[in-house]
Design a protein around this ligand. Structure first.
Ligand code: FER
Length: 382
């Protein structure tokens, strides 16, 4: 008996030692290394690999890495402008994460590594020594779907449960969920930094899950661990928009909000821009500020049958007649949705509605949406 105990303890200790070694042994190859001139060196220790590439939003998308005499594959970029960059490696035809870089983000069904080159606009994306807001993950009961649904709430540093704050409802795109604006959008960093510098008013930000058939982001719901999908049922078919007052009621009854139109904004990217347009016109007394970021307006995927998508022009006219303090539209000049946005603005022009248009370089990418959030937030609740 005693022998068995000693053996078992010895076995447990060696397993623990092995686990420790794996932890300690992992950090030998440095990648990515951000050099003083803002060039970036990627490394992959793979002596037996035959070909390794790095793919990312730099170096025209993909670059061949070169193997050094120690078997480590390397590539150094040109100096990079301040920005959050995503990348992956491809080793012998297989896409892999950089094993030396623990910083990863999921975007729909793929995972990429990331790093940030600070300075300029990208300083807004860094966690700095400023007062920080708090992040809450709440479940609200959706009467329309008869299940609970998860959402993310940012409360500003000044939130003390006594003072009331305005609320920005911030919606994601197709394939996203209540995590997207936090992870890829750097929403809490952007808000912390803009509030700390006095450029933005302290506000609550509510990041919903716009996939009404889904209770929570993949991995966080009772569905367990499904493969994340762009093709979820009941997106862009009106149910999420119709049920949006459920979210507003939940927030107004659980947070110290300014529970009226002057204290509410709604903005979203792509599908979330489409949702923001429809929700704000459907409930014209609810939001004083509207932000459409690369909005997926009048796209093929929208389900025409829903009453939400009927008489759109007339409802938008009513919304403007009732008053919108800011109607802000932003799009990249190579976004596949630019023409849809131009057509929508032509309609607003023809019917005499005031809005602000912000056009940038680039396409349907998070780099633009982080920028649009940073530009939109200082304009609301003033
Ligand atoms: C479509 C074009 C764009 C569509 C959806 C989108 C469902 C949304 C894209 C996004 O949210 O990123 O035809 O149909």
């Amino acid at each position: 008996m005693k022998k068995i105990t000693v053996l078992a303890v010895a076995l447990m200790m060696s397993v623990a030692a092995m686990a420790q070694q794996a932890l300690w042994g992992g950090a030998m190859t440095v990648s990515p290394e951000i050099n003083p001139d803002n060039t970036v060196t990627f490394r992959l220790n793979a002596p037996k690999a035959r070909a390794v590439q790095v793919s990312g939003d730099f170096a025209n998308g993909v670059a061949n890495m070169v193997q050094n005499e120690r078997g480590v594959w390397e590539y150094t970029t040109e100096p990079l402008a301040p920005e959050l960059y995503s990348y992956t490696f491809t080793m012998d035809g297989v896409k892999i994460a950089d094993p030396s870089n623990v910083y990863q983000i999921r975007d729909v069904a793929s995972v990429t590594n990331y790093f940030i080159i600070g300075g300029g606009q990208a300083d807004l994306y860094l966690t700095k020594n400023v007062p920080h807001g708090s992040i809450h993950k709440d479940w609200y009961y959706s009467a329309s779907e008869d299940f609970t649904r998860r959402l993310t709430v940012y409360t500003p540093a000044a939130y003390d449960g006594k003072k009331r704050f305005p609320v920005l409802y911030l919606l994601h795109g197709i394939g996203g969920d209540e995590e997207a604006w936090m992870d890829l959008g750097r929403a809490s960093q952007i808000l912390d930094n803009l509030i700390a510098s006095g450029e933005a008013e302290p506000m609550i930000v509510v990041m919903t899950n716009g996939n009404i058939s889904q209770q929570a982001a993949p991995g966080y719901g009772p569905e367990g661990y499904p493969v994340p999908s762009m093709g979820l049922p009941k997106t862009m078919e009106g149910s999420f928009e119709a049920a949006f007052p459920e979210v507003v009621e939940f927030i107004d009854s659980n947070y110290r909000t300014i529970a009226k139109k002057s204290g509410r904004a709604i903005a979203g990217l792509s599908m979330g821009g489409f949702h923001s347009m429809h929700i704000s016109k459907e409930y014209p007394d609810m939001f004083n500020y509207v932000g459409l970021f690369s909005a997926a307006l009048n796209v093929n995927g929208q389900q025409e049958g829903s009453p939400i998508y009927q008489n759109v022009d007339q409802k938008v006219d009513t919304q403007f007649a009732k008053g919108v303090k800011l109607y802000w539209i932003a799009c990249g000049n190579t976004d596949f949705l630019i023409q849809n946005n131009r057509d929508f603005m032509k309609g607003l022009d023809a019917r005499g509605h005031d809005y602000i248009y912000y056009e940038t370089e680039g396409g349907h990418i998070w780099r633009n949406w982080r920028d649009y959030l940073s530009k939109f937030v200082p304009q609301i609740f003033k």
